[in-house]
Write a protein that binds this ligand. Structure first.
Ligand SMILES: Nc1nc2c(c(=O)[nH]1)N=C([C@H](O)[C@@H](O)CO)CN2
Length: 117
């Protein structure tokens, strides 16, 4: 098992959805990420620059969601994972993206994807 850096339950507001009324409102999305990265260099040197900075990545996700609008959560998850892997030293990422308000009778709905270099 390789090392992981985690982000769990990251709440972000976004304009997202297939229906016209959804394009005029903000809806809550919840992200969980498992990002593969060798944590030993950071642990050996106690150096943030050698690991995946979960704060920087969380901030990037929030800004990405405020700067971009999509219809499908599949599109958001796919493009966001591609950008994250391009910008950060992530070997692979498992992203769960939930849209809790989308189906009132469900606790949550969403997608889960796994992408690797
Ligand atoms: N697999 C998906 N199904 C649906 C999506 C989606 O993004 N992926 N989106 C919608 C609507 O936007 C919905 O969230 C409105 O409540 C429907 N199904």
């Amino acid at each position: 098992m390789k090392d992981l850096v985690l982000i769990e339950g990251l709440h972000v507001d976004a304009v997202i959805g297939v229906y016209e009324w959804e394009k005029k409102i903000l809806q809550n999305l919840v992200f969980d990420l498992e990002m593969e990265h060798d944590n030993r260099p950071a642990a050996e040197t106690d150096d943030l620059s050698k690991t995946l900075d979960y704060e920087a990545i969380s901030n990037f996700i929030a800004k990405y969601c405020s700067d971009n609008t999509f219809e499908l959560i599949e599109t958001l998850a796919e493009r966001l994972c591609a950008d994250l892997m391009h910008l950060f030293d992530i070997e692979s990422v498992r992203m769960t993206l939930r849209k809790p308000g989308a189906v009132p009778s469900a606790q949550s709905v969403g997608v889960k994807i796994y992408r690797t270099r």
